[in-house]
Design a protein around this ligand. Structure first.
Ligand SMILES: Cc1cc2nc3c(=O)[nH]c(=O)nc-3n(C[C@H](O)[C@H](O)[C@H](O)COP(=O)(O)O)c2cc1C
Length: 212
């Protein structure tokens, strides 16, 4: 379990090492989103650490909003929340790899983000300060051939990054319906090669940035 007393050590470490956490949000194994994320990750230099966590294999319990009169809550117990909290805090870069479900994030992925709300209010954690300056990325497979239908997913990630003072590297989209289809999307595979080299500016809400 993460201890706030290690935050200074960890931050010092983060200055020098890039650590990518890939959070896989598909409800099936070996899906298009993971395939595309792995293609992008292949291009990362060998000294960049990678951690991959499948939310289907590590299901989080339903998120419960425990705020009452106080804005502070105790963190949920259990091995999966602890695993994900530790992994999130250890990452310089968090990659949300979620298929497009109903034009947005999958339920498994959304639940992981809901846990961020709990961590934001966990005494001694200072999750917001810890996440500020880190980078959020998105990878998503979708059946539709029109990329703009994924705007709600991209907006959720952009705004979440903006709320936390994070950088946002955008979303790598790939087309596919059946497992493996994305490997036929040559444009997506080409974009994957350079995806993690792109600029990841500090995220801004659309009203701050003067447009999406
Ligand atoms: C519950 C569910 C909802 C979906 N909603 C959409 C959608 O809104 N738009 C779309 O283009 N594809 C949608 N799809 C198709 C998936 O995005 C597509 O099959 C994708 O390749 C799945 O990624 P995966 O292989 O990583 O699981 C949906 C699929 C499921 C199972």
């Amino acid at each position: 379990m993460f201890c706030a007393c290690h935050l200074a050590d960890r931050l010092g470490d983060l200055m020098t090492h890039r650590r990518f956490l890939f959070v896989l949000g598909s409800s099936r194994t070996d899906g298009n989103t993971e395939l595309l994320a792995r293609r992008a990750a292949e291009q990362l230099p060998p000294d960049v650490e990678q951690q991959w966590i499948s939310l289907a294999e590590h299901p989080l319990p339903d998120f419960v909003d425990l705020r009452r009169d106080s804005d502070h809550v105790h963190p949920p117990t259990g091995t999966t929340p602890a695993l994900l909290l530790d992994a999130t805090l250890a990452a310089t870069d968090v990659v949300i790899a979620s298929p497009l479900y109903w034009y947005s994030l999958s339920g498994l992925t959304k639940r992981y983000l809901d846990y961020w709300s709990g961590w934001l209010r966990t005494p001694g954690l200072d999750f917001k300060a810890a996440m500020a300056g880190r980078t959020l990325w998105g990878v998503a497979a979708l059946a539709d051939h029109e990329p703009s239908v994924a705007d709600p997913l991209a907006g959720t990630l952009n705004n979440s990054a903006a709320y936390l003072g994070m950088r946002f590297g955008g979303v790598l989209l790939g087309n596919g319906s059946r497992r493996g289809d994305v490997l036929n999307d040559e444009d997506a595979l080409t974009r994957a090669k350079s995806f993690f080299t792109r600029e990841a500016p500090l995220a801004r809400f659309p009203h701050e940035a003067g447009g999406a």
